[in-house]
Design a protein around this ligand. Structure first.
Ligand code: HEC
Length: 128
């Protein structure tokens, strides 16, 4: 009788515990996502580049960073009440030109909600 390999399968049960940690957003992973923005934006200091600094973004009314020359579309969006928070940012990143029609931000958008959650966790480090 061959009963040598009967007990090997026991370790399989550990595989099911992996999926539960994506909701909160991971700032380290977000730093990687931010590379898509970093050609145009800085988040860890208050300097404008091609785009306005994203330092202290959450809570900011759209189109109001000092010293940046926004499109009238972005300024008008701010006047109409657009304030950056995780929800409005997610909307904007899904499709910038749909959320702020006429924005001069030349970015196709970010579709993946996990990437956006991670990016938000990253940006939160630099907001109050
Ligand atoms: C090709 C350059 C470019 C890239 C890439 C880019 N942006 Fe922008 N972004 C801009 C410009 C330019 C503006 C100003 C838009 C306007 O005035 O209409 C802007 C505006 C913004 C604003 C509004 C800020 C404010 O002060 O109202 C946010 C938020 C923003 N970008 C986030 C992001 C994020 C997050 C990414 C990466 C996922 C990103 N952007 C990628 C160029 C870029």
């Amino acid at each position: 009788m061959r009963y040598t390999t009967l007990l090997i399968g026991m370790s399989v049960a550990m595989l099911s515990v992996v999926g539960a940690r994506a909701q909160e957003g991971d700032a380290t992973a977000g730093a990687t996502v931010f590379k898509k923005c970093a050609v145009c934006h800085i988040a860890d200091s208050d300097k404008n580049k091609v785009g306005p600094s994203l330092f202290g973004l959450f809570g900011r009314t759209a189109g109001t960073h000092p010293g940046f020359s926004y499109s009238t579309a972005m300024v008008d969006a701010g006047k109409a009440g657009l304030v950056w928070d995780p929800a409005s940012l997610k909307d904007y990143l899904h499709d910038p030109k749909a959320k702020v029609k006429g924005t001069k931000m030349a970015f196709v958008g970010l579709k993946d909600d996990t990437e956006i959650a991670n990016l938000e966790a990253y940006l939160k480090q630099y907001s109050k």
